[in-house]
Design a protein around this ligand. Sequence first.
Ligand SMILES: *Cc1c(COP(=O)(O)O)cnc(C)c1O
Length: 350
Amino acid sequence: MSWEDNVRRVVPYTPGEQPRIKNLIKLNTNECPYPPAPQVAEKLKSINYEDLRLYPDPQASALASAISGYYHVPMDQVFVGVGSDDVISMAFMAFFNSDRPILFPDVTYSFYDVWANLHGIPFERVPLDCDFKLVREGFLKENGGIIFPNPNAPTGIYEDISFVEDIVKNNPDVVVIVDEAYIDFGGKSALPLIDKYENLLIVQTFSKSRAMAGMRIGYAFGSKKLIGYLQDVKFSFNSYTMNRPSLEVGAAALQDDEYFKDVCGKIIKTRERVKGRLRELGFDFTDSMANFIFARHRTIPGKDIAGDLRLKGIIVRRWDADRISDYLRISIGTDEEMDKLLIALKEIVA
Ligand SMILES: *Cc1c(COP(=O)(O)O)cnc(C)c1O
């Protein structure tokens, strides 16, 4: 007998690397290439360090009410957490307690199986079709809950609200979580559906479109009942998940909608321009509606391209996984960064 027999052993999620190399073009973790809204800078400057001796508001009211106001959703239907990773992990704990397996796509955010394993939740992967699209029928079998991102990651493929509604409507006995981390880059949120379906949780984040991955702010919307259950889990876990600066800075970030829309618009424009150039260079890719492009060269293995890019000071993300090992997930950077990427790729594929 050893103490190690009683250790919960898990295989952790591997985040994209955050190297400290100067002048690196970092296109591997879908961060925003532009700074957060200017109000964030002002708010940061006005934060009194002396206040840090005090615990933050356990209800996170400043942030929750700003989100509530921005999205026109009552406060008691808003939940906030330390990035959407925190929100989703708590939602797994709160809602996925069936003996039946939860369902998620076979190619998707690779944190889902990690959380399922951590929380001891059985799961089944639902295969995407040959075009990497979600398959409706796959989500209509018996299950203990459902989660999928929309747009899906790392494919970037967006499904219409009617697709989401179809899945929710046909799964009234379980909670369906829609992870909308990338919804601001051209998709339409399924948020209005929370008025119709008590079992639907919509999760979003400040990390991508609001350029605040470093602050760790995520949030969710659902029926009053659903959010109540989520709050109960949160308050059984840690009363003070959100720190004081995040609460204030997060609320400030929502004040400048024009800036927000401008940043999203720029990223979408760059994405579409880069798609055209990648096609000329011999790449195939999905029609991403996110802040990244998921692309494969017609002849050169993904591993080789990623390695060559790295030598040129550009990092992208790829996985040694079934079906997608030749694909590169390229985050959308500034136009200047993407031009450097395109020049490097042109040399590599020549
Ligand atoms: C980035 C990402 C998240 C997590 O974002 P946070 O930084 O924790 O808010 C969640 N889901 C998907 C699909 C993502 O790509």
